[in-house]
Design a protein around this ligand. Structure first.
Ligand SMILES: *Cc1c(COP(=O)(O)O)cnc(C)c1O
Length: 458
């Protein structure tokens, strides 16, 4: 399987290359040259598999040259052995909505599902065999924790996690700052998630620095994360046994929902993918009005979605403009010079064939948490609540699955406010409440982050 960049179709990369780099040279995102499309008979066969074997079948399509199917199977078994459910995920009916619980991994958010596999892939691909790899990642709260749980104590790997200072929940921060061993560095940036993401992208685009520290990335722009997330769209469809399925997805960086788009390209009969956003609604504005214009980040009660630069959107854009890398370049250039770009009518219509988008504000999110608790005696987290809210707003869809992206304990203060209930930590959570937190606070500055990393890298 070969990969190219959304901004240059002539560049070609292997799976190992794109796994290591994350971001393409020149700032584009990687896409596979070919996407496997399953026919009905193949779908029938896949429907008989358990979660782990289904994952191996689907992921194998994207990394054939580097991993055998049997190796992949055992790697996936190992990756999900720490999950609460043997099925990894769980589909639950709440009235006329289906909730897909994706938060049964060690750090209680869907990010564990891809990150546990990625941790083991670093070893399998022998990426850190000869030289120490320094992974730099920006987090809006959950990616960092999942990455730490997956990469803790791995030989020849250092992990630097940038989170926005004071802009994530205290449980989110404590998971990151108490479970890490000596190869983990937590950096609180005085800024927003977008600032953290910008710094990481700048470091990646600095060839000198990147090669000096043998830098790698695990942000949601890394294609291998998307690949692992495709699996649960298939799993839901097979469990639900209904055609005309739609998904409502709490969205920030457009990674999780983009995996649903790839699932559709692979032949899964998905009707609509609903983008659920909080007040940071750049995607809602883009899809409904055609203008992509990042605003200032507004802190919300669903902090993992407090993002204005939805990086993975560029992958959808590539297809929506007719797989034209030059058009993507023009739009991205406009964005960086003028601070926005506009989509023409045909591009918007292409996107609307597959997507709907709805904004749910904090007040509505709180009442959704309360209403679900009143009606079903069941607690959902504020991110998942936006997914419920968006699903209810779009009329005429049936068989909707809402992606449950985080366990409510991670946002227990918000849950308490909405329902009056005090949540206990679930037993499978990795967090050492007695351990002293370890993190450093740094200015929102690319050069200060560079210096910090250089001082830790020997
Ligand atoms: C990361 C995250 C999201 C957003 O996912 P994207 O792939 O960035 O769109 C939503 N909810 C939770 C709880 C998250 O951690």
């Amino acid at each position: 399987m070969k990969y190219f960049s959304t901004r240059d179709k002539s560049l070609k990369f292997s799976f190992k290359d794109i796994f290591l780099r994350g971001l393409a040279p020149g700032g584009g995102l990687f896409l596979p040259i070919e996407i496997k499309k399953y026919n009905q008979e193949e779908l029938n066969n896949l429907s008989k598999l358990n979660y782990q074997d289904l994952a191996a079948e689907i992921i194998f399509n994207f990394c054939k040259e580097e991993v055998s199917k049997n190796q992949l199977k055992s790697l996936i078994e190992k990756s999900y052995s720490s999950f609460k459910n043997k099925d990894v995920v769980n589909l639950k009916k709440l009235g006329d909505i289906n909730l897909l619980e994706l938060y049964n991994g060690p750090t209680l958010a869907f990010k564990d599902i891809a990150m546990q596999v990625i941790g083991n892939l670093y070893d399998h691909l022998k990426i850190a065999k000869e030289k120490t790899v320094n992974i730099v990642v920006a987090t809006s709260g959950d990616t960092g924790a999942a990455a730490i749980a997956a990469l803790n104590n791995r030989k020849n790997i250092n992990l630097f996690v940038l989170h926005p200072h004071n802009k994530i929940s205290s449980v989110q921060r404590k998971i990151m700052t108490t479970i890490g061993s000596s190869n983990i560095y937590n950096i609180a940036i005085k800024g927003s998630f977008d600032d953290c993401q910008k710094i990481v992208k700048e470091l990646f685009n600095d060839d000198n620095f990147r090669s000096k520290i043998n830098m790698s990335g695990v942000n949601s722009i890394n294609w291998s994360r998307i690949v692992c997330q495709i699996v649960y769209y298939f799993y839901s469809y097979f469990k639900l046994k209904k055609d005309n399925i739609s998904f409502s997805v709490p969205t920030g960086n457009f990674g999780d929902i983009y995996a649903g788009y790839v699932a559709k390209k692979m032949g899964l009969p998905i009707n609509k993918l609903i983008v659920a956003t909080n007040e940071n609604d750049i995607l809602q504005r883009t899809i409904n009005k055609g203008e992509y214009k990042p605003d200032k980040v507004k802190p919300s009660i669903s902090p993992s979605m407090d993002i204005q630069v939805a990086s993975n959107f560029e992958r959808l854009l590539f297809y929506a403009v007719g797989e034209d890398d030059q058009k993507v370049n023009l739009l991205m250039d406009h964005l960086s010079k003028k601070g926005f770009f506009k989509l023409d009518e045909s591009t918007i219509q292409n996107i609307k064939k597959d997507f709907e988008a709805v904004k749910i504000n904090d007040e509505a999110t709180q009442s959704i948490i309360k209403n679900i608790n009143d009606e079903f005696d069941f607690i959902i987290d504020p991110h998942t609540a936006t997914g419920f809210g968006a699903a209810k707003k779009i009329k005429g869809l049936e068989n909707i699955v809402v992606l449950g992206t985080a366990h409510p304990f991670k946002f227990k203060d918000t849950v308490k406010k909405a329902t009056g209930k005090n949540l206990e930590a679930p037993f499978h959570l990795k967090m050492d409440v007695d351990k002293k937190e370890k993190f450093d606070i740094i200015e929102n500055s690319n050069s200060q982050v560079k210096n910090y990393i250089l001082s830790k890298v020997k």
